[in-house]
Write a protein that binds this ligand. Structure first.
Ligand SMILES: Nc1ncnc2c1ncn2[C@@H]1O[C@H](COP(=O)(O)OP(=O)(O)OP(=O)(O)O)[C@@H](O)[C@H]1O
Ligand SMILES: [Mg+2]
Length: 510
C-alpha cells in the first residue's frame, strides 16, 4: 500500500516535470535523477531510435561514472537495448550476470558485482512505433528487490516511458514547426519588402549578401522607408535567426537612462538601482541587436558603445567585471550622420565602426511605379483586414498618388490607403477618398490658386467618371455619354479637353 502511494507520487512528479516545458535535455536528466533518488534506479539511460540508421543512440544518461556515453550505439537486436527496441517489449533481469547477451557498452560497471544488479529496459513507444528505450540498473543491495517488486518496477517504468513518448513527440513537432516557420519566414522576409523598382531590387540583393556574415550594417533613409523591415529581414536571413532580435530605440529612452538600458547595472550602482538589471546589449548575446535611431544616441553613450564594438565585451554599470558578448549590430537612422559627424554631434570613430556595410533606402518618390504596386498591395491588405470589397484604385486617384511627394514615405502611403479603404463607398478608391493632404498641395493658397485647384479636382473627377464610363461601354462615346446623362457633343469636347484616349477602351478586334 505504501509502495503504491510512492509510485503515484513519483508518477505525479514526473508528469509535472514533463509538463513544465523545459528543454528535452533538462527534462530527461531530471527524470532519471528522480528515478535514482526515489526508486533506487542508480544508472539510467534514454536511447533514441534513429530509423534511418536502424540504430539506437544514447541520448541522456545519469549515474554513469564515465562521461563518455556520447558514442554508445546499438543496432536493432543487439544487446538488451537492441532487442527491446526490435520487438517493442520490455525486459527485466533480476541479476545482470545471468544475461548472456548483456553488452555493458558503457563500460562503467567494471568494478561492480553484476550479480548484485537488476536491470530493466522498456521501449518508448508512440502509437506502436518504438522511438527509443529507457534502461535502468537497480542495485539489489540497496533496494532489496524481489522478483515481485521488479515486476512492479517494470510496469512503473512502462508508464513513465509512455509519458516520455508523448513528451518527445511534442518536442519533435515543435522543432519541426519552428523549422517550417523559419523557412517560411526566410522566404517571406524578402518578399515582405515590396517593390519592383531597380532601387528596391538592389536593396534586396544587398540584404541577402550581408545577412549571412556577422558584419555590422548601417541602414539609412527617410522616415517610413522600411529601415526596420530591412533590419528584420537581415536577422531572419542570418544564421542567428533562432536567437533573439533585440530592438533598442535610442531616441525613445531618456538620456539619463540610456546607459543602464544598454549595459545594465548592478544592484545599488546608483540611486534607484534596487535590483540588478541585465542590459539590452547583453540580452542580445548570440543574437542581433537593432540600434534604431542611432543618431539620437548621446555622446557619452556613443563612447561606451564604441568600446563594445571594439572589444566585444560590456561592463554593467557599477561593476568592474567585463562580460564578453557576441552580438550582431544593425543600426538605423533617418539623420545624415555625415553632417552630424561634421558638426560634432556624432563621433566619427563610431560612425566608421557602424558604416561598415551601409544600406541606403530610397524615398518613395524616387521609386516611381512602385507607388502603384505598393498602393495595390495595401488596398488588398486593408480590404481583407477591414472586410471591405475594395479592389482597385481609380485613375484620378492614382494620378494624385503619383504626383504627391510622400514625406512620410511607405508608412504614409500605407496610412493613406488604409484611410481610403475605410471611407470608400464603392469597390473603387476614388480621388475624393484620399486624405486632404493629397488633394491639396498647400493650405495657404490664394483665392485664384484654390479656384484652380478646385477646377483641377473637378476635372480629375470628371476624367475619372468618363474613363470609367468608356471602360464599361468598350470605348463607345455615344453610349458613354448616354450613360452619364450628357450629350454626345459635350462628351466629345470633354474627351478632347481632358486628353482622354478613348481608343484605348475599344474592344480588341479578334
Ligand atoms: N518596401 C516595403 N514593402 C512593404 N511595406 C513596407 C516597405 N517599406 C516600408 N513598409 C512598411 O511601411 C511601414 C514603415 O516601415 P518601417 O517602420 O520599417 O520604416 P522606418 O524606416 O523604420 O521608419 P522610421 O524612420 O520612421 O522609424 C511599415 O509598416 C512597413 O511594413
Ligand atoms: Mg523605424
Amino acid at each position: 500500500m505504501e509502495m503504491e502511494s510512492t509510485y503515484l507520487d513519483i508518477l505525479q512528479e514526473i508528469s509535472e516535470l514533463v509538463s513544465l516545458n523545459k528543454s528535452h535535455q533538462k527534462t530527461l536528466k531530471e527524470m532519471l535523477r528522480i528515478l535514482d533518488q526515489r526508486m533506487g534506479m542508480r544508472r539510467g539511460l534514454v536511447s533514441i531510435f534513429h530509423k534511418d540508421l536502424g540504430e539506437l543512440h544514447a541520448d541522456i544518461w545519469h549515474g554513469f561514472e564515465t562521461a563518455d556515453n556520447q558514442n554508445i550505439k546499438y543496432k536493432l537486436g543487439e544487446g538488451i537495448t537492441g532487442k527491446v527496441a526490435e520487438h517493442g517489449v520490455p525486459m527485466a533481469f533480476s541479476q545482470l550476470d545471468d544475461v548472456p547477451f548483456f553488452l555493458n557498452r558503457s563500460g562503467s560497471r567494471k568494478n561492480l558485482d553484476l550479480a548484485k544488479l537488476s536491470f530493466i529496459c522498456v521501449p518508448i513507444k508512440y502509437y506502436n512505433e518504438v522511438i527509443g528505450t529507457i534502461s535502468v540498473d537497480i542495485s539489489i543491495d540497496n533496494a532489496q528487490i524481489s522478483i515481485n517488486t521488479l515486476d512492479a518496477e517494470l510496469k512503473m517504468l512502462q508508464v513513465i516511458a509512455s509519458l516520455v513518448a508523448a513528451f518527445l513527440e511534442q518536442i519533435k513537432t515543435e522543432k519541426e514547426n519552428i523549422y517550417l516557420r523559419q523557412n517560411l519566414l526566410g522566404d517571406q522576409a524578402l518578399t515582405k519588402i515590396y517593390g519592383n523598382s531597380s532601387k528596391v531590387k538592389g536593396i534586396k540583393q544587398l540584404v541577402s549578401q550581408v545577412a549571412n556574415s556577422p558584419t555590422t550594417v548601417l541602414i539609412t533613409g527617410e522616415t517610413g522607408t522600411g529601415k526596420e523591415l530591412v533590419a528584420e529581414a537581415i536577422h531572419i536571413l542570418s544564421p542567428r535567426k533562432n536567437e533573439t532580435l533585440v530592438r533598442i530605440n535610442c531616441g525613445a529612452i531618456p538620456e539619463s537612462l540610456i546607459e543602464s538600458e544598454l549595459f545594465g547595472h548592478e544592484k545599488g550602482a546608483f540611486t534607484g538601482a534596487v535590483e540588478k538589471k541585465i542590459g539590452k546589449l547583453e540580452s542580445g548575446h548570440q543574437g542581433t541587436v537593432f540600434l534604431d535611431e542611432i543618431g539620437e544616441l548621446p555622446l557619452m553613450a556613443q563612447v561606451k558603445l564604441l568600446r563594445v564594438l571594439q572589444e566585444r565585451e560590456i561592463q554593467r554599470i557599477g561593476s568592474n567585471k567585463t562580460i564578453p558578448i557576441d552580438i550582431r549590430i544593425i543600426a538605423a537612422t533617418n539623420r545624415y550622420l555625415e553632417e552630424d559627424v561634421a558638426s560634432g554631434r556624432f563621433r566619427s570613430d563610431l560612425f566608421y565602426r557602424l558604416n561598415v556595410f551601409p544600406i541606403q533606402l530610397p524615398s518613395l518618390r524616387e521609386r516611381g511605379a512602385d507607388i502603384i504596386l505598393l498602393a495595390d498591395y495595401f488596398v488588398e491588405k486593408y480590404s481583407r483586414l477591414l472586410n471591405k470589397k475594395v479592389t482597385r484604385i481609380s485613375t484620378a486617384a492614382i494620378d494624385a498618388l503619383m504626383a504627391y511627394h510622400w514625406p512620410g514615405n511607405v508608412r504614409e502611403l500605407e496610412n493613406c490607403i488604409e484611410r481610403a479603404v475605410i471611407v470608400a463607398t464603392e469597390n473603387v478608391i476614388r480621388y475624393q477618398d484620399l486624405p486632404p493632404s493629397l488633394q491639396m498641395k498647400d493650405s495657404k493658397e490664394t483665392e485664384q490658386q484654390s479656384m484652380d485647384l478646385f477646377r483641377t479636382k473637378v476635372q480629375a473627377y470628371e476624367k475619372e467618371l468618363i474613363i470609367d464610363a468608356l471602360k464599361s461601354c468598350d470605348g463607345n462615346q455615344a453610349k458613354a455619354a448616354a450613360m452619364l446623362g450628357t450629350t454626345n457633343r459635350i462628351m466629345q469636347y470633354k474627351i478632347n479637353r481632358l486628353d482622354i484616349d478613348f481608343r484605348k477602351f475599344r474592344k480588341k478586334q479578334p
